[in-house]
Design a protein around this ligand. Structure first.
Ligand code: ADP
Ligand code: MG
Length: 142
């Protein structure tokens, strides 16, 4: 059954004009693009999005980075979307990123890592609501 997940193309990747290549990779791997939004995080919106990380040593750096420029949010759909997108995005730890993953290609460091992908179906629903609100996405016939 189809599942939805959220990808954010983070400010460093948009600034370096990698957004098109990242969307190409996603489509090559059979994800269907259901919604897209070009946006800029405010500190309040970034804090809501990353609330689980409040208090961690990298938190302030993360919020500042996410507010530093344009972000592109993509609502994606396919079977097993959450796990498959995490695999395609690559590891949080730069040393563990496999060749061919989006972070291996485009990350510039541990914080400036080009993309975000939801880590569970529950978090995906929460993050999709935060970014896109609650529009109706009709079931597709193909
Ligand atoms: P992921 O994005 O892989 O799910 P986390 O949810 O743990 O990783 O962290 C959220 C974001 O915070 C990461 O994508 C990265 O931008 C940043 N981050 C995570 N861990 C660190 C760290 N140890 N030092 C600096 N920044 C970090
Ligand atoms: Mg995470």
């Amino acid at each position: 059954m189809n599942q939805q997940t959220l990808l954010l193309i983070k400010p460093n990747a948009v600034m370096h004009k990698h957004a098109g290549n990242i969307i190409s990779i996603i489509e090559t791997k059979a994800f269907l693009l259901r919604d897209i939004k070009v946006m800029q995080f405010t500190p309040e919106a970034a804090a809501a999005f990353y609330q689980e990380h409040l208090g961690k040593e990298f938190y302030d750096r993360l919020i500042k980075f996410m507010c530093s420029g344009t972000t592109i949010a993509l609502l994606l759909e396919k079977a097993n979307a959450v796990a498959d997108l995490r695999e395609l995005v690559g590891d949080t730890d730069p040393a563990k990123r496999k060749p061919g993953t989006i972070r291996h290609l485009y990350a510039e460091g541990i914080t400036e890592n080009a993309v975000h992908a939801s880590d569970s179906p529950e978090h995906a629903q929460r993050e999709i609501r935060l970014i896109f609100g609650s529009p109706q996405y009709p079931k597709l016939s193909h």
